[in-house]
Design a protein around this ligand. Sequence first.
Ligand code: ZN
Length: 219
Amino acid sequence: MKNDKALVVFSGGQDSTTCLFWAKERFAEVEAVTFNYNQRHKLEIECAQEIAKELGVKHHILDMSLLNQLAPNALTRDEIEVKDGEEGELPSTFVPGRNLLFLSFTGVLASQINAKHIITGVCETDFSGYPDCRDVFIKSLNVTLNLSMDQQFVIHTPLMWLNKAETWKLADELNALDYVREKTLTCYNGIPSDGCGECPACHLRQKGLEEYLQEKGEL
Ligand code: ZN
């Protein structure tokens, strides 16, 4: 797949940063795209910018403030609390159609920069019930994007079937474990690296890291 160009959907978090390293190993040319939807934490965008710069990846930031207007939720509004969904409910961080919109705009950008490959860190294993993180949705959208633009895009989802411990393992195999651990921001309270330790995103990240380090015999 060398000589082919790839575009990574990139938020500056653990998952998409791992995907960026994954893509850099596989494709001759890699660019990244970050969506600005007036996230609660501006730092997310700054983290993404810094990582892209350090890894020498051309970085596109697209304005998606429309999403905030359509779907006020815990990721965009200070007054809405971040919490896991009650039984049968989606978490308060769910934005309906977010991946549909992000991946559609990614497709448009990929077409403009002549990138055949699109990489996204969505994952069905830890998907918390987000319908647009499912493999069947991604496969369906891949077909739709190709039909809509008469293109031959290939959407790659390297994390689709991994749990958080396995995602850390993948980062380690890419020689990026320390980098991902120190530089990325996953925490809903906007604290980079190991985060606040209290929010659902930190719990998931920390639990996965402990599991992986234990398995590796380093804990
Ligand atoms: Zn946190």
